[in-house]
Design a protein around this ligand. Structure first.
Ligand SMILES: C[S@@+](CC[C@H](N)C(=O)[O-])C[C@H]1O[C@@H](n2cnc3c(N)ncnc32)[C@H](O)[C@@H]1O
Length: 253
């Protein structure tokens, strides 16, 4: 069937944009231990409209998606109405995620702030349009297709607490058995072609290198990295990247 589009003004970029028309279909909610479903009523629609008219918070990244294999070739994000990063989020999810990001960023202790941002970061893909509605899934969390950007025809937009409550419990139990002292671990990110550790300084190397052209790591990290305002320099990435014209023979050389 032909997809129905609508045009609206995007105040952030000051342009008319064309997006697939979306209509709220079902609301799933709980009262105590009981779960219910209903259609969106006039009050729900009015609330969504009110949220849609709020200004986009500054925490939400708004830059134009660069030309990448994952967003422009493997799947056409523009066909899903996504040409800029903020288009991945419907208004309500954008407001919720921005509020969480703002609160986490305001923490003064650096280690705690990083931990909180790591925690909030876990909700980014689920709160984006990439989260598919899967009525038979165990939950509506992490229902995006892994390894690609794919916007399905039916989207599920859970609440932040639905996404994060379980994760907060699991993260707490995971990290409660980790060493808690600062300064005993060092992390470094960067290309392995430039390695700053001196000679005779390494006891053991464990490596998990990239796989040819199966996973476009930098492209897929782009969404989360945009929130951090820190982006991978994908030029030295050791993968076959069609958009960047990196093919196997160039990598072998
Ligand atoms: C198979 S994944 C490793 C996954 C990781 N062990 C984990 O559990 O999350 C390969 C990683 O290599 C990284 N990578 C690609 N090219 C690289 C390069 N030139 N130098 C360093 N890392 C690179 C990718 O960004 C990706 O994160």
């Amino acid at each position: 069937m032909e997809r129905l589009y609508e045009t609206r003004f995007d105040a952030v970029i000051g342009e008319q944009i064309r997006t697939p028309k979306r209509t709220p279909a079902r609301i799933n909610y709980s009262v105590g231990a009981y779960k219910y479903e209903k259609s969106a009523d006039l009050a729900d629609l009015a609330l969504l409209e009110k949220i849609a008219n709020l200004p986009l918070p500054p925490e939400v990244p708004v830059q134009k998606l660069p030309y990448m294999h994952m967003t422009h070739e493997r799947a056409r994000m523009d066909a899903a109405g996504v040409t800029h990063v903020h288009h991945f989020f419907l208004p309500r999810a954008a407001q919720a995620l921005a509020a969480l990001w703002r609160k986490a960023s305001a923490e003064r202790d650096g280690r705690l702030r990083n931990m909180l941002l790591f925690f909030v970061e876990q909700a980014i893909w689920t709160l984006s349009l990439l989260n598919r509605y899967r009525p038979t899934g165990f939950s509506q969390v992490n229902q995006y297709l892994t390894g690609v950007y794919y916007v399905a025809s039916q989207h599920s937009e859970p609440s932040p607490w639905y996404v994060l409550d379980g994760k907060s419990k699991r993260l707490t139990s995971t990290f409660s058995v980790q060493p808690r002292k600062a300064g005993i671990v060092t992390n470094q990110t960067g290309t392995c072609a430039v390695f700053s550790v001196g000679d005779s300084a390494v006891d053991y190397v464990f490596t998990d290198p990239p796989f040819g052209q199966n996973i476009y790591y930098a492209d897929l990290n782009y969404l989360v990295e945009s929130w951090h305002r820190v982006l991978t320099n994908a030029e030295p990435e050791a993968i076959v990247d069609r958009a960047k014209k990196k093919i196997s023979s160039t990598i072998r050389r």
